[in-house]
Design a protein around this ligand. Sequence first.
Ligand code: PEP
Ligand code: MG
Length: 324
Amino acid sequence: QKAEWAKLVNERTITKDGHHVELAANIGTPDDVKGVLENGAEGIGLYRTEFLYMGRDHLPTEEEQFEAYKTVLERMEGKPVVVRTLDIGGDKELPYLDLPKEMNPFLGFRAIRLCLEMQDMFRTQLRALLRASVYGNLKIMFPMIATLDEFRQAKAILLEEKAKLQAEGVQVSDNIEVGMMVEIPAAAILADQFAKEVDFFSIGTNDLIQYTMAADRMNERVSYLYQPYNPAILRLISNVIDAAHKEGKWAGMCGEMAGDAIAIPILLGLGLDEFSMSATSILRARSQMKKLSKEEAARFKETILSMRTAEEVVAFVKETFHIE
Ligand code: PEP
Ligand code: MG
């Protein structure tokens, strides 16, 4: 089977009925690009930049960040690279920021909330990204967006830094797409409004499931509630994809679910455009995708979305698509 998959390294991902879907990889550091290329990813769908900030005792400089982003963009040779701005807080702490302990870190001062307040830090990252943008196909997304106002503020800051750089005579790409992660239920529900203002969505199911089910993604005792196939989650995902398409935008997914064998036929049928997963899942997913018909998968959309439980969904999908 492995040998079979290896032959797919240089192929685009085309379904049995001729539809292209993008299979991209998630990375944490520039060193991960090697595995991305070896496994034939068509792009990077999530570059988690927090690793640049972790395991050290001070903030990374603009220059250090610029080098990291430039390296990734160059090695990807024009393939899309979606970089997520700093998503710190929750389970990821930065000791040198000296933030007060919180009762509910996952519901607290983190990600875009923190960046909009600690703007020097945010602006440094955006400048590094903007300067690196001329070395490849950069797309930028903001994590943990809950309101339109947050997205507008973040985008306005990005555009301010772009204008400043250009006034200094620095080259910046004019084709940077600016999108957001959809990982908070409020954003998933209001996706039709967000879709008018973003260039793309990337659904972060790791957090979207945790927040929708009110079940901590790290807590074993409530892990029975962590249900990717709960119809409530699937309806949110479907809403996000439909909202994007109505406005002519694309929708991807960068949570663990995107690489899951049971999720893949469901997501294909819901119309997901880009699937971003760990590099080691790409070839298996491509092999699965080649055997699926998008039009057939789409015919099961209403049936699946009107189911009552995750168990029903799993049983139906396994049976229908012959998954062990
Ligand atoms: C997510 O929440 O699904 C996601 C991709 O982000 P992270 O796992 O880094 O929170
Ligand atoms: Mg997340």
